[in-house]
Write a protein of this length. Structure first.
Length: 256
């Protein structure tokens, strides 16, 4: 089984390059299952709408994951309840709209895709993601577990990788928008990478026009952040998973 995972889609530039290039990338890597993080898909880069979610599905995504901007656009709430293949973090309060995992069949296997959110360095602090991960693999029956861990701290992401080592086939990080060079297969067969990058203008500061970000850090006044449309790319990773539900290879991918 070949699983393609795509980093956070940022604004209109990210949506444009995703819709133009995702199917080509899927064909190039031979993807059987594709997971796209869409939590920054709106024009201002915060949240997602039902229309944008449908565009991501139409572009070739099988599952959409989200993160700390899940409810950045409240019109998504009913859609999260109705569409089983778009996920908000599992460790959000149970009364909040949506669900944190989904099951689907792929290559003759039952695959569980899960979205979790970290707690270090984020404004909103959900419940313990490690306990939520334990609940998932102990209570939800599947042959293959795939986890998008949307978190700020590299340390928390790496800890989750080891926490699920041998229990999940793949654990990848999203949220920080910069691809890391630590892709590897852990000792018990879990594919891991700290961050898979972003989809949008990479000539930027994490997707924002770099001039605006620079002005902010220099203490200057700036207008509302705008997503960069310069050097747009789709970034992500590919996990190869064997019949036993273990990862045998992981690599970063990128297409302009």
């Amino acid at each position: 089984m070949v699983v393609l995972v795509i980093g956070d889609v940022v604004g209109d530039p990210g949506m444009d390059v995703l819709c133009r290039r995702l199917r080509q990338l899927k064909k190039q890597v031979g993807a059987d299952l594709t997971v796209v993080n869409g939590e920054n898909a709106t024009p201002v880069g915060k949240g997602i709408t039902p229309q944008l979610a449908e565009e991501i599905f139409n572009a070739g995504a099988d599952v959409i994951t989200l993160g700390n901007h899940t409810y950045g656009n409240r019109q998504i709430c009913d859609y999260l309840e109705e569409q089983e293949y778009i996920l908000r973090p599992l460790n959000y309060p149970i009364q909040q709209p949506g669900h944190g995992y989904t099951l689907l069949e792929c290559c003759g296997k039952t695959v569980c895709v899960c979205n979790l959110q970290g707690r270090v360095g984020l404004d909103y602090i959900p419940s313990d993601p490690f306990a939520a991960a334990d609940w998932l693999v102990e209570e939800i029956r599947a042959d293959v577990y795939l986890v998008d861990f949307h978190a700020e701290a590299t340390s928390e992401k790496q800890a989750m990788g080891y926490h699920l080592n041998g229990r999940a086939a793949a654990v990848w990080g999203t949220h920080t928008h910069v691809p890391t060079a630590d892709e590897r297969v852990l000792s018990k067969g879990t594919g891991y990478i700290t961050d898979i990058g972003m989809t949008g203008g990479v000539d930027s500061v994490i997707g924002v026009r770099w001039e605006q970000s620079l002005h902010m850090f220099r203490g200057e006044l700036t207008e509302r952040f705008k997503p960069s449309d310069r050097d747009c790319r789709v970034q992500g990773a590919v996990f190869e998973i064997n019949e036993q539900g273990k990862c045998v290879a992981v690599r970063r991918v990128e297409i302009a």
